[in-house]
Write a new protein. Structure first.
Length: 448
């Protein structure tokens, strides 16, 4: 169920007086990252075979291409039909297709479990409001400055992908279109009031981007001002807007569309790059995986594409929207298979609203299925994550944890991996915002 590098690491941590045991505690995190995540780090990194994660990343990129082709494959490029199938409201459809509905750049984070034999894709966050970038490359980097870990890493030829650097390069490349020959001014913009809840994480992101020499700033969409066809944040003209406000957050504001409009207009005028455009919300919907998994759509894919879908995507079905309307048989199957299924609302994120059938009684499960909101939901087959052994530095005890892995992609391809972990069987949802016991881990790869 595990690998030889993990086994060796655990063996060394169990030796009395091992400095490897406290390597994560001894690592010197940058100030903003320490403030946001320093108290929620797993005591050790996780290890993956390099070939395995790169093969999976190749498949994830294929899935990105398949998802973004769904409007054409299944709905004749009619975005209104596509959005209706996903239970996306008319108002939300207007907002997220404001720039014409084109395919967004390849940018997102795939969330997956490893079931002991292979990775399985649980969700694909095709979006720019991504968590984990500040930790994915930085945790491995600071660990390599700890002597005990550096020795272990050298012995096993451990490597990592510097996610922050890859994403900084992607933002620079995007900004080159409007800021040729100079460093682009990049602003991460949150929703109104968003910095109150997410400011610590975004300050760690800002710290990271600035460490690569970027002219990088954070603010909220309501802080933006316009002069002519340029947009400004606190007096600075912007070249790239890293969008960390979602469609739902904009629509929650009485004047939400008006708040978003100046950035849309500047993007259309070619004076700023909106990274990513709202069109990402067309494809980050959980219902997209149901469209890939549903037997009604299989004739729309080639054999090689079906092979990728079958490798990555667990059984997933839609409830709600026109795509899920003829789902009486699906409902009965969901009722019968309660202990193997989990329900995830389309409109929520961060683990909110998820109901695990194996943690729910029959009556409550039926009520959950029959009371799905207007935005719809998906029901997905349970994937049981393999155990990750961890030695507690305080007690010296060997514990079992389970990990949810996050794999980043940019237009340049694979951009690294990090993980969130919980004690085994603690909860059906492994997320920083969903459970205070969740910890973050850096990820290293090795070659056999």
């Amino acid at each position: 169920m595990t690998n030889h590098v993990t086994e060796k690491y655990i063996q060394e941590c169990l030796v009395p007086g091992s400095r490897l045991l406290t390597a994560m505690q001894d690592a010197d995190l940058p100030p903003a990252l320490s403030a946001s995540s320093g108290q929620r780090l797993l005591p050790r990194p996780l290890f993956l075979q390099e070939q395995e994660i790169h093969r999976f990343a190749d498949d994830v990129i294929r899935v990105f291409e398949l998802i973004t082709s769904l409007p054409a494959r299944l709905f004749g490029n009619d975005l209104r039909r596509y959005c209706a199938a996903l239970a996306i409201s008319e108002r939300r459809t207007r907002l997220i297709t404001r720039l014409g509905g084109a395919v967004p750049p390849q940018y997102g984070r795939a969330d997956m479990y490893h079931d002991g034999t292979a990775f399985r894709l649980l969700e694909f966050n095709i979006a720019s409001e991504l968590g984990g970038v500040d930790r994915a490359g930085e945790i491995p980097r600071v660990l390599l400055d700890v002597a005990a870990f550096a020795r272990f890493a050298k012995e096993h030829d451990l490597r990592y992908t510097d996610t922050g650097r890859v994403i900084a390069d992607a933002l620079r490349t995007a900004g080159a279109a409007v800021a040729p020959g100079r460093e682009p001014v990049v602003a991460l913009l949150e929703a109104p009031g968003g910095l109150a809840g997410y400011g610590a994480a975004w300050r760690a992101f800002e710290e990271l981007m600035r460490s690569f020499g970027m002219d990088f700033h954070i603010g909220e969409i309501g802080d933006v001002r316009t002069r002519g066809d340029r947009v400004y944040l606190h007096g600075r003209p912007l070249d790239v807007v890293l969008r960390c406000y979602s469609a739902d957050e904009i629509l929650a504001e009485p004047d939400g569309e008006a708040l978003a409009e100046p950035v849309f207009r500047a993007h259309e005028a070619g004076t700023v790059v909106l990274w990513t455009p709202m069109e990402s919300n067309l494809f980050g919907n959980k219902g997209c995986l149901a469209m890939l998994s549903d037997p009604r759509t299989r004739s729309s894919f080639e054999a090689s594409e079906l092979a990728v879908i079958d490798r990555l995507v667990p059984w997933t079905r839609a409830i709600g929207g026109t795509f899920g309307q003829d789902g009486a048989d699906v409902l009965e199957e969901c009722l019968a298979r309660r202990e193997q299924l989990i329900l995830k609302p389309n409109a929520l994120y961060g683990g909110a609203g998820i109901v695990a059938g194996w943690e729910t009684g029959e009556r409550e499960w039926r009520q959950t299925l029959e009371s799905v909101g207007e935005a719809g939901a998906v029901v997905q087959e349970r994937v049981v994550p393999r155990s990750e052994l961890v030695v507690d530095p305080e007690t010296g005890r060997l514990e079992e944890w389970q990990a949810a892995w996050g794999l980043f992609v940019t237009p340049q391809g694979y951009a690294g991996t990090y993980a969130r972990a919980l004690p085994a069987d603690e909860s059906a949802v492994i997320g920083i915002g969903a459970n205070e016991k969740t910890r973050t881990a850096g990820v290293f790869t090795y070659q056999d």
